[in-house]
Design a protein around this ligand. Sequence first.
Ligand SMILES: *Cc1c(COP(=O)(O)O)cnc(C)c1O
Length: 408
Amino acid sequence: MKPVGPIPAGYQSKDGQIAVAGHTARDLVEQGGATPLFVYSREHLTKRVGDLRATMPDRLKINYAIKANPFAPLLKHMAGLVDGFDIASGGELAMAQAAGLDPRAISFAGPGKRNEELEAALRAGVTLNLESENEARRALAIGERIGAVPRMAIRVNPDFELRGSGMKMGGGAKQFGIDQARVPALAKEIIAAGAEWRGLHIFTGSQALSAEAIIEAQANVIDLADQLASEIGQPLPKLNMGGGLGIPYFHGDEPVDIAAIGAALDKRFSNLPANLADTDLCIELGRYLVGEAGIYLTEIVDRKESHGSTFLVTDGGLHHQLAASGNFGTVVRRNYPSAIATKYDSEPSEEVNIVGCLCTPLDRLADKAHFPRAEVGDLVVIFCAGAYGATASPADFLGQGAAREILV
Ligand SMILES: *Cc1c(COP(=O)(O)O)cnc(C)c1O
């Protein structure tokens, strides 16, 4: 037997099935039209952002990094909850604009921005988080050509990183940001060229569950921002402190202690250096805001035995749930939180392997899990499906196509 990850708070059962916002799994599939289906909960999203705001200093703005989940109805809902969006491509720019957010509350990070993307961003008036000197100069030239004053911040590649983060995005040689030692020179260059200076973006890592590590990284970010502002010779208009708050995916993971992070920020914000006294301060979060608000429902289409093991074969799989299959940045595959959605109240009675319908041994959703007996036609639920699911998985692999998505 292998354990499955912890089921996030906020899910109920109704008529023996898992329910979201009072709708059973079968009702949700009827609403969505078919399986496989992603279901995102408005109520869950609203509560998540509200709880976070209640524990963070009022001064801290909360941005949503839309690459975690750009489903249009979800973005519209998030636009009413958060202070800004972080985007990482021209495609995401179009999605953010369609969601109705003020472009001045949008910032555009990400390496390899093409000239067309830079031009669209400058025309829209979003802030560019510059990833290289070359990108800065291309954007300045485009601004001059189209008669737009570029709003520019610099993404810093700091010399430190967020300890214990699932994905390291700072420290040492990286494709992200500009090495901290070269930041002051570039900042002076773009200010002299007439850009609107929007400050610094310092992203140190992702998917961390240790409050202590996040507190340490945030303290280092503030110190570095102060030092760079001094070298640049102006107070900072804005500091995007990055994000990094993770969610529990696996057995033994504990939720991050946001109260501890909020208390440390409160203390630090009450005693900021002069360079940061009037700075607009924000964090940018993806999975923490939306990950637990989504589930993935897939139907069992076959039940078979092989050498004494039971396989439940579903109509979904890694083409929608690459991360749950263990193929998106994990070294050792472990089970995501999952359950039999239509036997949600029943006692576990057998060990099963839940797999997808793709013709590859990589397509596994739960290994040796202890679940109630399920038959063909029952539904399986995978939790933590609100982030890096639908758009972070190869939907067209094997000609399968996209899953349906609904927001309830
Ligand atoms: C991906 C990304 C995020 C969001 O990461 P999560 O782990 O989903 O919170 C935030 N900022 C930047 C710059 C990113 O690239």
